[in-house]
Design a protein around this ligand. Sequence first.
Ligand code: NAD
Length: 278
Amino acid sequence: MTAIPDITLNNGQTIPQLGFGTYLIEPDDTTVAVATALQAGYRHIDTAEMYGNEQEVGEAIRQSGLDRSEVYVTSKLSNDAHRPDDARRAFDESLKALGVDYLDLFLIHWPLPTRYDGDYVSTWKTLEGFYRDGRARSIGVSNFQRRHLRRLRGESDIIPAVDQIEVNPYLTQTELRRFCAEHQIAVEAWSPLGQGNVLDDPEIIAIARRAAKTPAQVVLRWHLQRGDIVFPKSVTPDRIRDNIDIFDFGLSAEEVEVISALNRDERTGPDPDTFDMI
Ligand code: NAD
């Protein structure tokens, strides 16, 4: 059995450092993909209301026969539900769709600074309620930039346990990751493989050859050795198994540096400062 390290969050809760992502997995494919991941040893599933597959994620967890407490489940607030009443309704609906009575982690999916009069603070305070009533064991944010995090610090009670942000070898997020480290906010690296874009990089291929591993395994190992939490996505059973088979090798400090030096500040996803899709 693969030993996946736990990361301790700023509220004392722990999260498996490697999980399984479900963005762009069609509902019809989700139960099988998540079941394959659970069989391969993943115990952390990342979903979101906006992925439209929470129900199927819940189904796979129930079918696995694992106890609810053995699987770490994250979901996220839909962009169209930031107002407090909508957020409360959306949270109830996520629990219902997943068929669970608590989430391990619930996130504001996007800050949407140009929507809702820029008021992501009221939204955050609503999540604080879910944390206080125990239905969210941890709460956090996603795609928050430093100024958004600073504002939450100044205007609310609870520091987010995580910030889930886009990170890959072409987008190393040095300043935001440093800010998070200084404020005990764990970083979750979304699209850790750059949706596959970084896997043809010659430096990564060379390191993979030396390690007798695949480029995807090398990139995931790079994230883990930097301390970030990752949840690669695949619907291909061999890749699902490959992406968790990363605990029998290590990268040298120099190899980690070579990969970090590939940074181009290049996003594959939207810019959180301007993204406003509802
Ligand atoms: P990813 O970086 O995990 O890349 C997934 C793609 O990489 C796959 O579709 C496949 O084409 C390829 N791939 C996966 N494993 C491979 C392997 N072993 N070998 C070769 N190719 C492989 O991209 P992602 O799904 O966008 O991100 C991972 C997860 O992060 C998502 O599923 C989701 O849970 C989360 N996410 C969150 C946000 C957010 O705004 N919070 C945004 C995007 C993704």
